[in-house]
Structure formats: C-alpha cells, structure tokens
Design a protein around this ligand. Structure first.
Ligand SMILES: NC(=O)c1ccc[n+]([C@@H]2O[C@H](COP(=O)([O-])OP(=O)(O)OC[C@H]3O[C@@H](n4cnc5c(N)ncnc54)[C@H](OP(=O)(O)O)[C@@H]3O)[C@@H](O)[C@H]2O)c1
Length: 378
C-alpha cells in the first residue's frame, strides 16, 4: 500500500482550494493536508482547520484566533511551501503573490501542483531554472494544461507540431464589441460554464486568462509561441488538443469540473479509480462547437500573447497591469473596456524594462502596478 502523502495547500479557502479539499476527502488513504493557508478569510480557514487538523496554518493578512498557534504574515506562504512533511505543494493562491512560494517549493525539491498560473507568467525562466536546480517538479492544475499533459504522457516532445488551447469564450462570446466595453461587473462575473474566484472569472471574460495560459503552456511544455493556438469552444468539454507531426490530433475531454485536473496533478502519471467527478457521456454532451477568437472584441488576449513573445519583463508587466486593472474594474473604478486599455498603456511604457533576474521581474511587477494605480481617478 502507498504511504499517504502530505499536501501543503496554499489558498485553501478559494475556489481551487475548496475543490482540492473535496478531492482529498475522497482519497484520505492517499493524501492528507499538512499545511493550509489563506489571505484573510479567517472564518473559512478555521472551519477547514477544525475538519482537517493540519500541523501548520497560516494567514497572510488576517489576524489568527487567539491561542490558535497559527502563523501570520506573508512569510507563511514560504513556510507552508517548504513544510518538511509536505511532499506536494498545491499552489492555489491567486495572482503574483503566489510566485515566491512556488520558487521555494521547487528549490526544496517538492512536487508543485500549480493552479497559480501567474507564477509562470511573471517569471517563467526563473521558475523553470529553480525546478531544475532544486529537483522539484511542476504539474499543472489548469484544465487545459492538464489536458495537454495527459495527451503528451509517454510521447516524444519532438513529435509535437502544435498545441491548441480551448477557451469557453466567456460571457461575452457573442456580444458586439461596443456592448462589451460597457459590460457591468455582474455581467462579467456570470461565466457560462465555470464557477471560479472573481479575478480569474474577469480574466475569462476579457480573455486575458487565455493569454496567461498560452504563456504558461510555452514554459511548461517548451513549445514556441507560433505553435500554440487558441480556439473558442463554448461547451468546455474538450479541454485542449495536441497535434503531432504526422497530423494525428489528440484531445482530452471531460465535464467542466476542476476536481479531475486537481486529482491528476496530485497523482500524475498515475490514475486513481473513483475520482468522484461526474462521468462524461457523449450523448448528453451533444454537439461540440469550435470558433475562431474575435481578437478585435477581446484585445487583452493579443496583448498578452505579444508580451509573451517579447519576453523579458513584458509578461510580468502584462500580468501585474491586468491584476490591478481587474481589481479596479471590480471596485467600479474602471469600465470593462478600460481593463485592456490600461494593460496596453502599461506595456507600451514598461515592456522594455530589464527582466532577466527575479529582482528585475519583481521591479517590473511593482512598476506596472504603480502605472495602473496612479492613473485611476479617485
Ligand atoms: N477557480 C478555478 O476554477 C481555476 C481554474 C484554473 C486555474 N485557476 C487558478 O488558480 C488560482 C486560484 O484561483 P481561485 O479561483 O481559486 O481564486 P480564489 O477563489 O479567489 O481563491 C484565492 C485563494 O488565494 C488566497 N489569496 C488571495 N490573495 C492572496 C495573497 N495576496 N496572498 C496569499 N493568499 C492569497 C485566498 O484567501 P482568502 O480566501 O483568505 O482571500 C484564497 O484562498 C488562480 O491563479 C487561478 O488563475 C483557477
């Protein structure tokens, strides 16, 4: 019998965090959480701690309950990520705030099940180098990248011709561009196929999320940008395709649930019986449609891919400007259309900054945040 593996779950109170705990609940014989962290949601974290009794608990910006023994402050992410009893670190923090924990976990030789795609967007080359140096491994949680990993398992990387990442198209897939520009927060949070945290839901409405995923795929699978395409697939059943050099195309399919990619990130390349995810039925799924991306209506996608191609500090600038613009949109301080405009402005002014070391990338991140924030009206 396989020994139970310890999991450090960063961002346990979020959408991926709670889905992960549901997965762990079904596989208590295989996995147990040794560390849980949240940002400030102390109430939800306390409920999880009561259910799981992890040996380490941390809150980044909240106040721990009196006498709880929880750790507080930003360093708790690194402490959890390097916990000696954790073989796996599932990073479900949202945004660039998750980067340092990924780096620390890889340096400590852990398996990192990565939902925090921003990690690879901000500092892809630094992260891949940390994995090599520390003998850590990166396994994606994103359903698209999990699909690609599953299609590639056991195959020769030299046989890949093209990756095709699917996108649901978000809530504005069929809206005219003029209407999208003035979409409300409630419109943008109304995703047709996925229930997720608010930041990634807005990213899915602007398609910035797909740009983050193209950059993530570039680093994870070592495929150049001109061989990564995006196609709109409104049903979110085909999670992505891999085309091989002989013209054969493989896809991975399943119901839109994050529980399966989370479980696969914990067990890859093994598969466990009884994932608990509703089974796929082609008859129920019905017709599957594929459409080109409307780049004119969703400029954030092209901006992000161009930033990826530019490399250096540009992806970090794209990510940080996007994080700040999305926060401002959610707070009613920018219109939906202004999100992509502010990203474009930040890239124009800052994409050429130096970006080969972690320090330079963090400086670029800070400069892009300041760029967006300083242009917000009060
Ligand atoms: N949701 C999905 O289906 C999905 C799918 C694929 C990839 N992802 C990726 O997974 C990551 C998490 O997404 P999500 O939808 O789960 O987000 P979410 O629901 O907003 O949850 C984010 C989690 O991170 C914590 N957190 C927020 N800011 C933090 C900070 N500055 N420092 C430390 N912890 C912080 C939150 O704690 P509090 O609760 O205390 O605020 C929460 O536990 C994102 O990178 C997203 O792109 C998500």
């Amino acid at each position: 019998m396989t020994a139970s593996q310890g999991v450090a779950l960063l961002g346990s109170t979020g959408s991926i965090g709670t889905s992960t705990l549901r997965v762990l609940e079904r596989h208590r014989d295989r996995f147990h959480p040794v560390a849980l962290t949240a940002n400030g949601n102390v109430t939800a974290l306390a409920t999880q701690v009561a259910a799981w009794s992890p040996s380490y608990v941390g809150v980044v910006s909240g106040t721990p309950p009196a006498g709880s023994g929880w750790r507080a402050g930003v360093e708790c992410l690194i402490e959890a990520a390097t916990h000696p009893d954790a073989q796996i670190v599932l990073n479900a923090v949202v945004g660039a705030a998750g980067l340092q924990a990924t780096l620390a976990a890889l340096a400590a030789g852990k398996r990192v099940a990565l939902a925090n795609k921003e990690t690879l967007v901000v500092a892809g080359p630094v992260v891949m180098a940390a994995a090599t140096a520390g003998h850590g491994t990166l396994v994606p949680v994103d359903s698209e990248h999990s699909a690609i990993l599953q299609c590639l398992a056991g195959r020769n990387p030299g046989d890949i011709r093209r990756l095709v990442i699917t996108a649901s198209g978000g809530p504005f897939r069929t809206w005219p561009a003029e209407r999208i520009a003035h979409a409300t927060v409630a419109d943008a949070l109304n995703h047709p196929t996925w229930r997720m945290g608010s930041k990634i839901t807005i990213d899915s409405a602007t398609l910035a999320n797909k740009a983050l995923e193209v950059i993530e795929a570039h680093y994870l699978f070592g495929v150049p940008y001109d061989r990564i395409d995006v196609v709109v697939h409104p049903q979110s059943i085909v999670h992505s395709f891999v085309e091989f050099t002989d013209g054969s195309v493989l896809a991975q399919l399943g119901v839109p649930s994050m529980e399966l990619p989370i479980l696969y990130a914990l067990t890859h390349p093994e598969r466990l019986p009884d994932s608990g995810v509703p089974r796929f039925d082609p008859i129920t799924a019905g017709s599957l449609a594929f459409e080109p991306v409307r780049h004119d209506a969703f400029p954030a996608l092209g901006l992000g891919i161009a930033a990826g191609r530019t490399g250096g500090a540009a992806p970090a600038v794209f990510n940080a400007a996007n994080e700040e613009a999305v926060a401002a949109f959610l707070a009613g301080r920018l219109t939906f259309g202004q999100v992509a405009e502010r990203i474009a402005d930040a890239l124009e002014d800052l994409a050429g900054r130096p970006g080969s070391t972690l320090e330079e990338l963090l400086d670029a991140d800070a400069a892009a945040r300041h760029h967006v924030q300083s242009r917000l009206s009060c």
